[in-house]
Design a binder for this molecule. Structure first.
Ligand code: SF4
Length: 299
């Protein structure tokens, strides 16, 4: 290797450059890495595996696993494979019972952080609390949490909605793991305003995921010194959408899944471009985005 081989390629003088910086915390979290590792290991053992929904909310990851023979089904009845895998988002206890009744072999990749939230929900319900989950009612993790939280549990992101309900005397609140701390705090304050006069006991369990919080804080920090933010990740990924939501009020922000979606017009006149990525975005997708941003002209 010659002493000059490590020097960056010279750029034409006329081509304006943007500095591209990655957030100090971004991409795969431990729960996603763990889930993928478990599935890959099982697939390499030549088992046919059906996951109940995408193992993580990223189509690149799902496509890679499909190449290894891992199919995605939306219903237990559709699983043709001998082995069924529970995704990192977890499932309600009724679904676990159905799997056991059918004597299907199961691989459980539920993230330990989600598992803790499920246990908290079950404990509240067992203690006689009506449970409110701050989260998106249609998200698989929230559907699972509702199952653990008892018959009277509800999921909402709208504190005002609670004013219309007759709330139990004992109220427990927890959050979908990937929500933002600021929004969860605002929600709790609203519930206190609305409900406290009529309830006897309010219990709040902090089930927010620290990995998600670290990525959100790092994204905000980077957005504050950037003039454009690019968020890489699945368009159906809750934690990725949240990253875009926390950056958007600070600076122009675009959420993309792959480098091919970058539009040159976004880069015009930009000098410092920040890149962050959701917890289910693979390293290769992030690096492709950074490389493309570094090579595209900004003038
Ligand atoms: S974002 Fe948090 S809760 Fe979700 S899989 Fe990763 S570590 Fe688990």
């Amino acid at each position: 290797m010659t002493p000059t081989s490590k020097l960056p390629k010279p750029r034409p003088q006329s081509m304006p450059e943007a500095e591209v910086e990655k957030a100090r915390a971004l991409g795969f979290c431990f729960g996603v890495r763990r889930a993928i590792k478990i599935i890959e290991k099982a697939a390499k053992g030549h088992h046919r595996i059906a996951t109940l929904g995408p193992i993580v909310h990223n189509r690149l990851v799902v496509a890679k696993l499909a190449d290894m023979g891992v199919e995605v089904v939306d219903d237990l009845a559709r699983a043709k494979s001998g082995i069924v895998a529970i995704t990192s988002h977890g499932v309600p206890p009724e679904l676990l019972e159905q799997i056991q009744m059918r004597q299907i072999e199961v691989i459980d990749t539920t993230c330990p952080t989600v598992r803790s939230a499920q246990k908290a929900a079950r404990k509240l319900a067992g203690g006689g609390f009506g449970v409110v989950i701050f989260g998106e009612a249609n998200h698989p993790e929230v559907k699972g949490l509702l199952g653990w939280a008892g018959d009277k549990a509800i999921a909402t992101m709208d504190g005002e909605e609670l004013a219309k309900l007759s709330l139990p005397r004992k109220l427990g609140i927890l959050s979908q793991t990937t929500q933002s701390r600021a929004q969860f705090t605002r929600f709790i304050n609203k519930v206190v305003d609305i409900a406290l006069p009529n309830i006897q006991e309010l219990r709040i369990i902090n089930t927010l995921c620290q990995e998600t919080q670290k990525r959100q804080e790092a994204a905000v920090e980077l957005a504050q010194k950037s003039d454009l933010m690019i968020v890489v990740g699945g368009l159906n990924s809750a934690n990725t959408k949240r990253l875009a939501e926390v950056c958007a009020p600070i600076v122009a922000t675009h959420l993309i899944e792959t480098a091919a979606e970058i539009e040159t017009v976004w880069l015009r006149g930009k000098k410092h471009i920040g890149v962050t990525a959701g917890a289910s975005a693979p390293d290769e997708a992030i690096e492709e985005v950074v490389t493309k941003l570094e090579t595209l002209p900004t003038g």
